[in-house]
Design a binder for this molecule. Structure first.
Ligand code: MSP
Length: 642
């Protein structure tokens, strides 16, 4: 019976369009699944959506639609995207599905009954504008929000807690006994250090919103996201139901791998194994936490612009170009950067030149010198041949080692080592010189046979990576299916080749300047139709509540503790000066503002922003590119605006 292999991606939040960062994880898992299938494993690949939580509820409310309609729309878009990318997932789980909910409810009740979950009080701080909760230690001085610097309000809420602390020792022991449980090593070290600081019990329910799975025994609580989300890995397999054949087969099978980004390492390396320990479910999985794809100027985020989407790449280039770039460019254990320049270079150098030309040159020569037909000729072996054969063997061994340890970029580098070696072999053996001497016909045939066999091996190694180019390669070399298997990777296994007459380039060469510009335009997100923001109607009574006056800026400095903020002294007439903190430092140097007559909301409740008092607000207008403080020319400090 074949060994089993179960691989999962994180389930994604339906909070926006998925970018190439999320695509990376999904493509990586797809490649792993295809590799294991090539090695004869019985595989199962799970992906899906994490659809509950306050944020999703808010996004749906903002769109004026029911949360379930919002998440269904995004789930359908996501599935369509994965289908377009030919992701070979076997199941797509959504946490709003009944099959998932019943399992989560059962798990929660069991943990409650066992006393691993208990009812307590959650103390936190809430920042209204950011809609985020913070613990006391996360806050800035004066208990202000660590993100925006505004005041937070303290909040006490009844909540269920999971006794993580009870399992701390056992978890450390487990990690020690299973040194390859978490890869890369550096991530494992982070996790161990974190556990050693001591684990706090985890709040696992909420009463302040509805969009979640209800706690059966106390339905005013919904299960807070992580117990809900993590359970997907087993609920999808039917754990806890009488339809649990997949659970028995894959979870309790031979290999289980959770692939996640470094951002959610802790949840998977700590909460998840502890949940499994508490439920007495075997911890069979290995955890791989990869780095992030960044844009040149920083992080990619679903809500921020300046991001590259897989659709863009697919619109202009092929699926294999996207897959190759993503898997090749992210180094093991660290972050990678997407830039239009590196993308175009990778296609031109690696795919079009090195790989594409090797195939082209080989096929052309076989057609030119042998009318398309060559055979293995064991007598004519040279030192160059032996070296090439040895490279093939070494590359296969290293590729295997790298794939098994999830060093995917290195596995690709190994294949390219064989491609380079084969190109060099052409230069060394100089077939065009051999062709001039009829007595060297055997030697020439042997050289071309070596090249074509090497290409067949390259094709097999690239099968999990390149979904369109490898069948095209095999078709041009006229390789029968039986010689495209892992087991057929023996030099000389296929004894003769009858190749196609006209080679077709696998990857067209790109015009660097044109393509770089095209991608840059797309990334910068040139003016697209912006949805008009709907704001609630107000009455004139609402408006007159605002006390807006002209003020003149007399002094301005950058905030001592926040790069984004400026602190201005503003003369608002009648001898009164106000100190106002504004988030405009990206658009103005302090000295540019001095002397400007601006519009000030005078009766806004004073707040401390990062420790500096702000009594009022400056009015400014903005669009995607810029922000401008609204100024007046003729009016004087204290004049009223209405
Ligand atoms: N819903 C949770 C996961 C729950 S799993 C039980 C979540 N979702 S998410 O939509 O934010 O997706 C997170 C995952 O997307 C990351 O862990 C990572 O795998 C992937 N990536 C998101 N941005 C990425 C990059 N910029 N680069 C690489 N991967 C990225 O967290």
């Amino acid at each position: 019976m074949s060994k089993t292999y179960y691989v999962t991606t994180p389930i994604y939040y339906p909070s926006g369009k998925l970018h190439i960062g999320n695509t990376y994880t999904t493509v990586l898992c797809d490649t792993l699944k295809r590799y294991k299938a090539l090695r004869g494993y019985d595989t199962f690949y799970l992906t899906g959506m994490d659809e509950h939580g306050k944020k999703i509820e808010t996004v749906a409310n903002d769109r004026n639609i029911a949360p379930i309609d919002h998440v269904t729309e995004i789930a359908e878009e996501t599935r369509a995207l994965w289908d377009k990318l030919r992701i070979s997932y076997d199941d797509f789980i959504r946490t709003t599905e009944k099959r998932h909910k019943t399992v989560v409810q059962k798990i929660f009740e069991q943990l409650l009954e066992q006393g691993d979950i208990y009812l307590g009080t959650y103390k936190g701080y809430y920042c209204m504008p950011c809609e985020s909760f913070y613990t006391e230690t996360q806050l800035d001085e004066n208990n202000t929000c660590p993100d925006c610097g505004r005041e937070t309000s303290q909040l006490e809420e009844e909540s269920y807690f999971f006794k993580l602390s009870k399992y701390q020792k056992r978890l450390l022991q487990f990690i020690e006994n299973n040194p390859d449980f978490i890869t890369p090593e550096t991530r494992k070290n982070e996790v161990v250090a974190f556990i050693k600081q001591g684990l706090n019990d985890l709040s696992v329910s909420r009463t302040t919103f509805d969009w979640g799975i209800k706690v059966v025994s106390n339905p005013k609580h919904v299960v807070y996201v992580w117990i809900d989300a993590l359970s997907n890995y087993i609920s999808a397999l039917g754990y806890g139901t009488d339809q649990n054949q997949l659970f028995t087969k894959y979870w309790e099978g031979d290999e289980v791998v959770h692939v996640v980004g470094k951002d959610i390492l802790r949840f998977h390396a700590i909460y998840w194994p502890i949940m499994l320990m508490a439920l007495d479910i075997p911890i069979n999985f290995k955890l791989h936490a990869h780095g992030f794809y960044m844009m040149k100027d920083g992080k990619m985020s679903k809500s921020k612009g300046g991001v590259i989407y897989p659709d863009t790449i697919l619109k202009y280039y092929g699926l294999d170009e996207l897959r190759y770039f993503l898997l090749r460019e992210l180094p093991y254990g660290s972050d990678g950067v997407f830039t239009p320049e590196t993308f175009v270079e990778r296609i031109n150098f690696d795919l079009a030149n090195d790989f594409g030309n090797l195939l082209n040159r080989t096929l052309s020569m076989i057609n030119k010198y042998f009318d398309g037909y060559i055979e293995l000729n064991e007598e004519a072996e040279t030192d160059f041949d032996k070296d090439l054969q040895q490279t093939i063997k070494d590359v296969i061994a290293n590729y295997k080692e790298n794939m098994n340890t999830l060093k995917i970029s290195q596995a690709l580098q190994e294949v390219w080592r064989l491609i380079s070696r084969s190109n060099k072999y052409i230069d060394e053996t100089m077939p065009w010189v051999l062709a001039k001497d009829e007595a060297k016909k055997n030697e020439l045939e042997n050289v071309l046979y070596h090249l074509v066999e090497s290409l067949r091996h390259i094709g097999i190694l690239l099968r999990p990576f390149l979904l369109e180019a490898t069948p095209a390669l095999f078709q041009q070399l006229a390789v029968e299916d039986q010689f495209t298997t892992w087991e057929s990777m023996q030099f000389g296994d296929k004894k003769s080749y009858h190749v196609v007459k006209k080679p077709v380039p696998l990857f067209p060469r790109l015009d660097v300047e044109e393509e770089v510009n095209r991608l840059k335009e797309d990334i910068s997100g040139k003016p697209k139709e912006e949805p008009v923001e709907e704001t609630p109607e107000i009455t004139i009574e609402d408006f007159v509540k605002l006390d807006i006056v002209i003020g003149q800026i007399t002094e301005c400095k950058t905030h001592p503790d926040a790069d984004k903020l400026l602190v201005s002294q503003v003369n608002i007439g009648r001898g009164e000066t106000r100190q106002i903190v504004s988030g405009i430092a990206k658009h103005y140097k302090p000295e540019e503002l001095i002397g400007k007559k601006v519009l000030v909301i005078k009766n806004l409740k004073p707040v401390k922003l990062r420790g500096v008092l702000s009594s009022g607000m400056l009015l400014a207008g903005s669009n995607k590119e810029t922000l401008e403080v609204i100024t007046s020319e003729k009016l004087n400090p204290g004049d009223i605006v209405k």
